[in-house]
Design a protein around this ligand. Structure first.
Ligand SMILES: *Cc1c(COP(=O)(O)O)cnc(C)c1O
Length: 393
């Protein structure tokens, strides 16, 4: 139940990739038939991704993953538009690929404003409007959050960006293949994607760049990717990404509905069986597969280790920040106190999860939480206090 960290490569994806390591090994830039074969596989994948998001294939640039796409979009737009201004707007709950790129730009003379969010992680459109100035050159706001699953009102943000003539980028790594994406309807100028979150291989991603959007390259080299990203293309990875898109588009609506029902069952089951737990995910505007819950009076890390012993994989926050003992920056931005944030668990479901898996977690997790809580003096005090309040009423 940790599919937001990564997913297994789908067997059909692997099968589609294999010939591109052997038979069709050519360099996609070569003129001869070996090169053409590689190029054909690559262009087919580009078309698939473009069709899936309502873009033109010429607007898709393949990269090494979501992180590079975010770096490319933000740095590229910042430096290309530096004459207009040096102000960027983002949010407090972005992935570190966005946050750390913005932090880096701050050390190079750019100014970054960080939008706050409500208790579910949704930005405030009025605050966005207020932050925009003449020098604002870029708005970067993620489509769906990787830790809590909250979906932002991109369409409304896109309208504001367009009215004010500002480039609008969105990290859509978590939303791709889970909810519909149409770049024109959402009004985005750039969008970041990654293959390994949707049953494709690791190390391959894409950046959508709307025709006419001015961005400087991040990786300079040969004339690959219309001069926008140097380096011989990762053809097997790109072909695998294309296949992953095909698989996602075949049953997205059905699979999303299935995962929504499973996460709702998990949520309701836990709320029924345990006290002092809080749902950090939005009641409706969340990714269908993502559920984030805080368990007071227990450390998330302790829950994870105990779940792991039962063969259940979940996470405390994002895979990229686990290992650090600081509470998640996303949960803190939601206004959750540090102690409650430390007790948060993210369940992110995927294709392999079944109804039986949910039953199993609902059997095991309450036992684990109750056992850990039985060792907590704070928990014992709280229960005593609440009981006395009830008896005094
Ligand atoms: C995973 C993730 C990324 C990073 O993508 P990589 O392909 O692993 O570099 C960026 N943004 C979000 C929201 C993610 O979930």
């Amino acid at each position: 139940m940790d599919h937001n960290a990564t997913t297994p490569v789908h067997p059909d994806v692997l099968e589609a990739m294999l010939p591109y390591f052997t038979k069709y090994f050519g360099n996609a830039s070569s003129v001869h038939s070996f090169g053409r074969e590689a190029r054909n596989g690559m262009e087919e994948a580009r078309e698939r991704l473009a069709n899936f998001i309502g873009a033109n294939p010429s607007e898709i640039i393949f990269t090494s993953g979501g992180t590079e796409s975010d770096n490319f979009a933000i740095e590229g737009a910042a430096y290309e538009n530096i004459k207009k201004g040096k102000h960027i707007i983002t949010t407090l709950i972005e992935h570190h690929a966005v946050l750390n790129t913005c932090k880096h730009l701050e050390t190079h003379g750019f100014e970054v404003s960080y939008l706050t969010v409500d208790k579910y992680g949704v930005i405030d459109l009025d605050e966005l409007n207020d932050l925009i100035r003449d020098e604002t050159i870029l708005i970067t706001i993620m489509h769906a959050n990787n830790e809590v699953g909250t979906i932002q009102p991109l369409k409304e943000i896109g309208q504001i960006a367009k009215e004010r003539g500002i480039i609008f980028h969105s990290d859509a790594v978590q939303s791709l293949g889970k909810i519909p994406i149409n770049v024109d309807e959402l009004g985005v100028d750039m969008m970041s994607f990654s293959a390994h979150k949707i049953y494709g291989p690791k190390g391959i991603g894409a950046l959508y760049i709307r025709k006419g959007t001015k961005v400087e390259p991040l990786i300079r080299g040969g004339h690959h990717e219309r001069n926008r990203r140097g380096g011989t293309e990762n053809v097997p990875g790109i072909v695998g990404f294309g296949k992953a898109i095909e698989i996602a588009s075949a049953d997205m609506e059905q699979e999303s509905k299935r995962l929504w029902n499973l996460t709702e069952k998990l949520k309701n089951g836990l709320l029924e069986k345990l006290d002092y737990i809080y749902v950090n995910s939005h009641p409706t505007q969340r990714l269908p597969n993502t559920l984030n819950i805080s368990f007071d009076y227990v450390e998330g890390e302790s829950i994870l280790l105990n779940l792991d012993m039962k063969g259940i994989a979940a996470s405390t926050g994002s895979a990229c920040t686990s290992g650090s003992l600081e509470p998640s920056h996303v949960l803190l931005a939601l206004g959750i106190c540090a102690a409650t944030a430390q007790g948060a668990i993210r369940f992110s479901l995927g294709r392999s999860n079944t109804d039986e898996d949910i039953d199993y977690v609902l059997d095991e997790l309450p036992t684990i939480v109750n056992r850990l809580r039985s060792m907590s003096p704070l928990y014992a005090d709280r229960v005593k206090q609440d009981k006395s309040v009830i008896s005094n009423q």
